[in-house]
Structure formats: structure tokens, C-alpha cells
Design a protein around this ligand. Sequence first.
Ligand code: NAD
Length: 501
Amino acid sequence: MPLVEHWIAGAPSAGSGERRGDVYDPATGRLAKAVALASEADVQAAVSAAREAFPAWRDTSLARRTAVLFAFRELLNARKGELAEIITAEHGKVLSDALGEVSRGQEVVELACGINHLLKGGFTENASTKVDVYSLRQPLGVVGIISPFNFPAMVPMWFFPIAVAAGNTVVLKPSEKDPSAANFIAQLWKEAGLPDGVFNVLHGDKVAVDGLLTSPDVASISFVGSTPIARYVYETATAHGKRVQALGGAKNHMLVLPDADLDLAADAAVNAGFGSAGERCMAVSALVAVDSIADELVAKISQRVATLRTGDGRRGCDMGPLVTGAHRDKVTGYVEAGVREGAELVVDGREVVPDAVDEQAVADGFWLGPTLFDKVGTDMSIYTEEIFGPVLSVVRVAGYDEGMALINANRYGNGVAIFTNDGGAARRFRNEVQVGMIGVNVPVPVPVAYYSFGGWKASLFGDSHAHGTEGVHFFTRGKVVTERWLDPSHGGLNLGFPQNS
Ligand code: NAD
């Protein structure tokens, strides 16, 4: 069985621990690899490698750092197809989707190539007589990044390009469910000329996470995952004096007003509901339809769902399997709960016949087809909980006000969309909605590297969103320098608090 090893100080490392995790091919259900699960000593080894690499990397010129970033960008661009195949083999998402995720991450690398501009400080000449004031931003030190299974390349790339470009050194703890993408990325960094120890990959579970959260040598934590773990990470790491951004779960709504283009809205609902089998933090899982158009919209969606092909992501299908058998069973449990609680099951994904590589894979892959519920009540578990699978729930409302109240009452605030042809309604929506990422006639407001990405309420703990200017601020600390060079005309004692003159 191949072993996915840690990557410490520029080389693979099996680590000192005996513990191993299982990595599956979700489209066959077969065990494909083992992954090393870090011990406390492995955490220490990764953090030490990053700590030792920090002083030299911090003092490496911006010109040299950006040269490495540009080289990494070129390698990533040239080899993104290979990375997409690695993602599909362990996550299950279809190849085109995996390629899309890499491209989105690459945009943050491209942003970080301009770090010299992003790090520029301000300068004020003669703030006081012959006194100049200027600001500068410096790296934090060793930064920890802990990522979820659903974007094994893009989510780490929300953080590490800016962290590295700004002069920090990194320990990345990817999801143990699809760990190989991180090692491929580490290898690219090495080929790009990044010094050993600047980018390290530590595989593992709670032991690895807790080690990073409590290590006195780790300056900050960037976390993305489910809300309970995000809260735990935020509370634990801040209690240990770290800067923390912890992005959590989501329940994204899409409000469709009666004047919307219903074909556009139906396409969007299907794309955002079932793309990546609903395992996206920006997936639409609650479709809020105004009564007068709800029947027509549900009919259009179910017609489209009937055309989707679920199967192996390497076989040109529209939708792949779920990431693990346990996760598939959990999502199927929600489908059963929806039926039990009285929602109308319009399309039942449990009956899917997948396009898999052989009969065994049909039987053993982690399959669940697109599932559509109508007339979902807001007290049902399929509405109140994040499902993170291919289950779209239609909730009917009387009009805009009821839809807005529903959305703002939700505990999550990650993404939301409105479909309408009324610019005034869209404008009001964007102003009133308590959500971080908003789509107007766009279902999944995907991250754009030079804007900062993140949610509100239980979807984000901490103050900083990912990448964009907030990312640059997160991975740097500001200094303000007040400077005077000796002038023969200036001097003398004055014990009063300085006043500008
Ligand atoms: P998860 O919370 O189970 O795991 C995330 C990370 O935390 C993994 O690296 C995992 O190893 C670690 N972890 C898991 N349990 C832990 C524990 N008890 N103690 C310490 N560490 C632990 O999330 P997941 O299932 O990998 O990913 C799906 C979740 O991520 C969904 O809730 C989704 O909404 C969320 N997500 C959010 C965003 C966003 O932008 N807000 C983006 C992507 C995913």
C-alpha cells in the first residue's frame, strides 16, 4: 500500500508515529493509499524545520522571493492537469471541476507574485519638524494552515502563496481524506527554488491540529472546515496567543423572485446545488422560491437533474461520488430524515445508477445521485443543518420580505444569491443581507484572488477573510517608525509630551 508521507525540510518523511489513515478512491470504494498521521514529535519536527528556515527567508530580498513565486506559478500552470488528476482520484470530483479549483488557487499565486507592491508602506516627510514617519509590514514567522477535504488544492492556496511571499514559513496540515495534492504542491515549490523548510506538509488528525494550535513557535492559524471545529480552533489558538482566521460551515440560500429568468435560475440552482456533489462551501443548498413561480421552477430543475450523469470523475460525468463511505451514509441519512419529516421528495438520488469503471465500482463506490426536495419546512433537519452533499431543498415563501427574513435568521452567513431582473430589489438585497459573499444572478460567488473571501456569523471566527488585502494584513504585522536624523539646529531638553510644531 503506498504511503503518503509528511514533507518536512524539503523532503518526504515517514515520521516517527505508527498511526496511519486510510485514503480511498471514492469512485471505486477501494482503499488506495495510507497516509501518515503525525505524532507530537512529527509536529515538533515540522514546526522546527519552519522555524529554522524563517530568519533566512524573511531576509531574502523581495526580488528573489518574487522570482520563486513566478517560477512556482509557471510550474503549477504547466502541471495543473496532473494535480487535477490527483484531486479527482482521492476526492472524487470530476476532472473539469478539479481543474477549476487549481485555476482558482493559481489566481492567488498570481496575486502573490505582486507582493512587492502589496507590502509597500506609507511615508510622511516632515511629520514634525525634520521628523519623518513611515510604516512597514513584516512577516509573522511560522504560520499554520489547516484545510478541509473539499478543496485540497484551492483552500491551501487561499493562504500559502501570500504567506510565503510575505516572508513567512508554513506548516500545512491538509485533510487526511485527500492528502496527496499537498505533497505534489510541496514538490513544485522545491522545483521552483523555494529553500527547504519554508513550506512543510504535516499529515494527520486532531493530534497534528492540536500540536499546531498550542505550539509556542506557531504565530498564526488559518483554518477552513466545519463550524464546530472552526470554533474550537479559534478558541484554542487564540488562547495560545495566536492570530487566527477560522472559516466554518455554510447553508447557502438562493432567493428567486417572480421576475427572474427562470431558465437561468434553474440552470444556476442545478450547477450550484450539485456541482462537486454539493461538497462546496459555496454550494446552494436552500432554494428560496416565491410561491407564484415555485411550481414552474421546481419542474425546470427536475427536468435538468434528469439529464445529469453521475459517475467516475475520470469518465466525463457531470457529478462524482462523495468523498468517503461514511460521508455518503451521513448524507443519505439526511435524505431519509427529509422524507420522514414530511418534505416532498421530487428526485431521489438514492436510486442513481452510476457510470463507474466496473460492476464492483458501481456497488462499492460512494455514490449518491442529485436529490431534490420541495416544500421543505424551516424546522426540518434538511433545512437547519449543513448537509454537504447533493441535496437541494426548496423552501417556498410569499415574497421578498419573507425570504430575506429567513436568510438573515440562519446561523450561517457564508454565501447567498438572488435571481431577479429588478435592479432595485437586487440593490436592497445586497444592502440588507447578513452574508459575506453575495451573488446577483450568479449562483456561486467564487473567490476572486484580489478580493477577500469569507463569511459572516457562524461561517467565520476571527476578523480576517482569506486572500486579497485582508490576506496580506493577516500574514504581516505593521510597524510605524518615527525617525529623525541629527541636525545641528535641533536639540535641548524637553520633558513634555512631544507636540507637533
Ligand atoms: P472538518 O472540520 O471535518 O475538517 C477540517 C480540518 O480539521 C481537517 O484538516 C481535519 O483533519 C481537522 N479536524 C477534523 N476534526 C478535528 C478535531 N476534532 N479536532 C481538530 N481538528 C480536526 O471539515 P471537512 O469535512 O474536511 O470539510 C467540510 C467543511 O468545511 C464543511 O463544513 C464546509 O462548509 C467547510 N468549508 C468552509 C469553507 C469556507 O470558505 N467557509 C470552505 C471550504 C469548506
